[in-house]
Ligand binder design. Structure first.
Ligand code: NDP
Ligand code: HSE
Length: 439
């Protein structure tokens, strides 16, 4: 392409993802130029420390601590530094100066997406973020573009690799959560402080992004009901297996009621998934997103949700897309923002539940428990009782575990039901209450 002006890419961050993005741009200039239609030049890489050890493929002369100047001279700015500031200010600066922006920063998008999308819209430039949800898996573009003419009803996603690794380890090796988390840290999946993963913050940010895209609305991180996996025990995982399920940390986004006038529920929590559901077979640190749309029916997207090269694959796809549009003078893709679905509070979410309780094993106890559920309008789907002692005296034959699976019920009704059941004299303990999804 002799004489074609090169497109200048500013890279903000040279960590796990940034290093692989830089390698991708530097290693394949001819391929990249052919795909874009013009040469792509890596103009510079902003970092915190110029002295830190780097991959030998990163030319030292490209590194700078002056991110502002780098942004000001760029056609496309790639933000892979993470965190809220200075990423937010640098992205706004880039957009205001007319540069396209590619980011992998789910935390920033979930916390302050509307401000960024409005700035991109006002400037008529792209703000692309395929890598922000489920790493390498193409899921943002399929929902944003391929399904734009359909109605998405529901999304169930395994969008955090660390927690999927931990739950899978617990299921296959019977270990407790702490031990599995330690292993995830040793393997580099979990952060040194794994709170964002284990407590569901990372998945909640991704759920907010997916729900905003799928329902053409704006869902903020604060709208997402969040519960992590900290309370899941090896015993829960074992019982899940016995009842034909696996436990997964799910991001759930769904419309309740009519697609054009309904309410949406967006939540992250551990859930029992039937062993024959496609999401049940997602092992280790892999991610998957299961989408149900009116026309398309069920769709499943599967792959690596984290790691330098997989994530850089998604970032580089966005770089090519933004660079192509820039070359042809096209305006950036705008976000849909036409629908304003009310987001339901957590207690109004509707789902199925499995309640496991320890009871005195004597006549009439099951009937007592069933009556409490009926009184609260919670309908029972299945009941399974397992005696743990054979005999402990006349009239009372020991203890038993009762596993009740309900039909769909509101969270608030279920919570009131569980409180009432716990107060029954023969009920020794509510061992666990888990939601059931995908059945
Ligand atoms: P790292 O912590 O590995 O890298 C961050 C980079 O940004 C470092 O090079 C750091 O510089 C630089 N940086 C941080 N703050 C500043 C600052 N104030 N000024 C200049 N440079 C700065 O992060 P990751 O590569 O893991 O993640 C990057 C982004 O990608 C995050 O938003 C993350 O959520 C997202 N993401 C990450 C995935 C993964 O698997 N790692 C998967 C999907 C998304 P220095 O090297 O000098 O410290
Ligand atoms: N900590 C995240 C995970 C990284 O475990 O999935 C990718 O967003």
């Amino acid at each position: 392409m002799p004489g074609t002006h090169p497109l200048r890419v500013a890279l903000l961050g040279c960590g796990v993802v940034g290093t692989e993005v830089a390698r991708g741009i530097l290693a394949n200039p001819i391929d990249l130029a052919a795909r874009v239609g013009a040469p792509v030049e890596l103009a510079g890489i902003a970092v915190r420390s110029l002295d830190a050890e780097r991959d030998p493929a990163i030319p030292r002369e490209l590194l700078t601590t002056d991110a502002e100047t780098l942004v000001d001279g760029a056609d496309v700015v790639v933000e892979v530094m993470g965190g809220i500031e200075p990423a937010r200010t640098l992205i706004l600066r880039a957009l205001e100066r007319g540069a396209a922006v590619v980011t992998a920063n789910k935390a920033l998008l979930a916390a302050g997406g509307p401000e960024l999308f409005e700035a991109a819209d006002a400037a008529g430039v792209d703000l692309l973020y395929e890598a922000a949800v489920a790493g390498a898996i193409p899921i943002v573009r399929p929902i944003r573009e391929s399904l734009a003419g359909d109605h998405v009803r529901r999304i169930l996603g395994i969008v955090n690799g660390t927690t999927n690794f931990v739950l899978d380890k617990m299921a296959t090796e019977g270990v407790e959560l702490d031990q599995a988390v330690k292993e995830a840290q040793q393997l580099g999946y979990a952060e040194a402080d794994p709170t964002a993963d284990v407590d569901g913050y990372d998945a909640a940010a991704k759920a907010a992004i997916l729900a905003s895209l799928a329902f053409h609305t704006r869902v903020a991180l604060a709208d997402v009901a969040r519960e992590g996996i900290r309370a899941v025990t090896a015993d829960d995982v074992e019982w899940a297996k016995r009842t034909g399920h696996v436990i997964k940390l799910l991001a759930v986004a769904e419309v309740l009621g009519p697609v054009d006038d309904g309410e949406i529920s967006v939540r992250v929590h551990p859930a029992l998934v039937p062993a024959d559901h496609p999401l049940a077979s997602v092992r280790g640190a892999f991610n998957a997103v299961f989408v149900e749309a009116d026309g398309a029916g069920p769709l499943m997207f599967y792959g690596q949700g984290a790691g330098g090269r997989p994530t850089a694959s998604a970032v580089l796809g966005d770089v090519v897309s933004a660079a192509r549009r820039r070359l042809t003078g096209g305006k950036g893709l705008r976000e849909s923002k036409d629908q304003r679905f009310p987001v339901l509070p957590p207690e109004a979410a509707v789902t199925r539940f499995q309640v496991r309780l320890a009871i005195a094993d004597r006549p009439g106890v099951l009937a007592q428990v069933a009556t409490v559920l009926a009184d609260h309008g919670v309908s029972i789907d299945t009941v399974r009782q397992t005696s743990s002692h054979t005999h402990s005296g006349e009239g009372e034959t020991g203890a038993a575990t009762l596993v009740i699976t309900t039909h769909a019920a509101r969270e608030a009704s279920l919570a009131a039901t569980v409180d009432a059941v716990a107060r029954l004299e023969p009920v020794r303990q509510i061992i666990s209450v888990l939601r059931v999804e995908g059945a």
